[in-house]
Write a protein that binds this ligand. Sequence first.
Ligand code: MN
Length: 228
Amino acid sequence: MAFVVPAPEAPSLAVAGSTDRFPVRRIYCVGRNYADHAKEMGADPTREPPFFFMKPADAVVPDGADVPYPPGTSNLHHEVELVVAIGHRGRDVAPEAALNLVWGYAVGNDLTRRDLQTAAKGKGHPWEVGKGFDHSAPMGPLHPAATVGHPSKGAITIAVNGVEKQRGDLSDMIWSVPEIVSHLSKLFVLMPGDLIMTGTPAGVGPVVRGDTLVCDIQGLGTLTTRIV
Ligand code: MN
């Protein structure tokens, strides 16, 4: 058997303390999961059911790599987020059982072409051009839950050129990791290799070429990205 065009490389993430890799199947993202960020986006931070969007799997960017400033925007934003990595198949999972599906956690950055996302929202258009562009998902190495447990509290921050821009706590999430996994598993069959970006605290803002972004989540290390 031969492919008629070159087969794409399978995207994967580094695993902390190992040379093994985590294969990336899908990247799900949660919108507005911290009340203070929902407010800054002009939304009502009540506990409405979580909503989801996606990024392509090949949008992942490893720790330490450069991200080319994307085309079509003049307002690229950072969004530091906890990333959940799924290790077991699951559908219609109760919150009480949801953590059994989770393999590990990482620090991520949901890079956003905010001008395009805002325009799409205004017209009721899809979010892909604002959220799912090339290099839009920098992610640090994955930490196995077997090692770090299931973090439900701890500082989540990002600094741009050494100046802190976002600070929150994982305990501020409107929907917890078990609740997110449960909701998502009622909409999609979750499979090993799926990643979930769980939303960002307040303080999102623009980055430009030459900026160095350092995302940090307590217990999960840092993710450094340079915009070029
Ligand atoms: Mn986000």
